[in-house]
Write a protein that binds this ligand. Structure first.
Ligand SMILES: NC(=O)c1ccc[n+]([C@@H]2O[C@H](COP(=O)([O-])OP(=O)(O)OC[C@H]3O[C@@H](n4cnc5c(N)ncnc54)[C@H](OP(=O)(O)O)[C@@H]3O)[C@@H](O)[C@H]2O)c1
Length: 345
């Protein structure tokens, strides 16, 4: 049961979060100090487009070696050229790699090829709706949005853990939509395939035959917030030293990126939120501003202080996970391990 204070904090932060979404463009611009990232190594999934591309650009500008992990090789090569054109001194420091986060085999192949320390791991790749004509499930049998936005990045973190530098930052681009996510106390602890499970993949209240993509998306974003908390606990426990490695997640706010053009007709039919987003995109903030909180969390000297939390506009906010029963949150890890086919702790 929540205390009165935390309920007030939660509803206040939820309100501010949705206000930021609606009027993000009108708010004062965020400024991220120019920390030196020379000799730092960063991986950014989905770094070829939108928010991920801006994050990659800012890391390259600060002197980091930047690895773009993207599903489309030619888009990734174009992004490398674009970054090195804009920042000529980054030539030779920006590389493209193939990674499809929706495929467990692709995640494993990427990790097998990886060598060397990682200072920043940005889980940014994401989809908000299943592309037209594509199956709701991946060949591995998981809902596409869950596999892309959450399960692949979960497995990737596990496989790359041994390469994470002692002071590494692991940051996920989540969404204000996490407030609309909801996890039940009784989801299956065994892996479930080719089925969208209410209470896990979508809100517990949802029993529609075909859920709207937004329902699945919100739960994947909520899982990113839960993972942030649990991964920080894992590192603190493993290292015995609190906050050596820092795990954060942030919402970019409503940002004008190609994502908005990728909403499919099915989404429009099932959920009015997509109509609202597409017709209000002129109020959305630009990708540079959308990326700012992530860049700040990855580069600021004290790393945003304590890890494990959710950030909006460079401010730590109370998330839906902060007001979810901790036993439910702990159970999630067991299910993720089952789905990814690993034993992590
Ligand atoms: N824009 C917003 O208002 C907003 C709000 C809240 C949260 N977010 C989050 O911000 C993140 C970035 O989105 P964005 O707005 O910048 O959209 P975007 O421009 O469409 O970028 C998404 C990136 O993810 C990549 N991607 C998608 N599926 C992938 C897969 N299976 N494997 C590897 N990469 C994959 C995309 O690759 P392709 O270029 O090949 O499609 C693209 O590079 C997402 O996690 C999204 O959920 C965005």
């Amino acid at each position: 049961m929540l205390t009165k204070v935390s309920q007030i904090d939660f509803f206040w932060d939820l309100l501010l979060g949705f206000l930021n979404l609606a009027i993000g463009r009108l708010l004062p611009r965020l400024h991220v100090p120019k920390t030196d990232l020379t000799k730092k190594v960063a991986i950014i999934t989905g770094g070829n487009s939108g928010i991920g591309f801006q994050i990659a650009l800012e890391f390259a500008r600060r002197g980091a070696t930047v690895h773009l992990a993207c599903r489309n090789a030619s888009k990734a090569d174009n992004a490398v050229s674009e970054i090195t054109n804009q920042i000529p001194e980054s030539h030779g420091r920006v590389e493209a790699h193939t990674l499809d986060t929706s495929s467990l085999a692709s995640v494993r192949a990427f990790a097998e090829e990886w060598k060397g320390d990682i200072d920043i791991l940005m889980h940014n790749a994401g989809v908000a709706s299943v592309p037209e004509g594509q199956s709701l499930f991946t060949p591995d049998g998981f809902p596409l949005l869950y596999a892309t936005n959450f399960l692949g990045p979960f497995l990737l973190t596990y496989l790359l853990e041994k390469y994470l530098a002692p002071g590494a930052r692991i940051i996920s681009t989540t969404s204000t939509g996490q407030y609309a996510g909801d996890i039940s106390a009784r989801f299956s602890l065994n892996s479930v395939t080719n089925h969208i499970e209410p209470g896990f993949h979508t809100s517990r209240k949802l029993n529609k035959k075909v859920p709207a993509d937004a329902d699945v998306y919100n739960n994947t974003k909520l899982m990113q917030v839960a993972f942030t908390r649990l991964l920080q606990q894992h590192f603190d426990h493993e290292n015995g030293l609190k906050n050596q490695r820092l795990v954060h997640c942030f919402t970019p706010g409503f940002t004008s990126t190609p994502m908005v053009d990728k909403f499919n007709i099915r989404s429009f039919r099932l959920d009015p939120i997509w109509w609202i987003l597409q017709s209000t995109v002129i109020f959305a903030t630009d990708p540079r501003q959308g990326a700012a909180t992530g860049v700040w969390l990855a580069t600021t000297k004290d790393g945003g202080g304590n890890g494990g939390g959710y950030w909006d506009r460079m401010t730590r906010r109370v998330s839906k996970i902060d007001v979810t029963d901790p036993h439910i949150v702990q159970r999630l890890w067991v299910r993720w391990e089952a789905d990814a086919g690993i034993e992590w702790r």
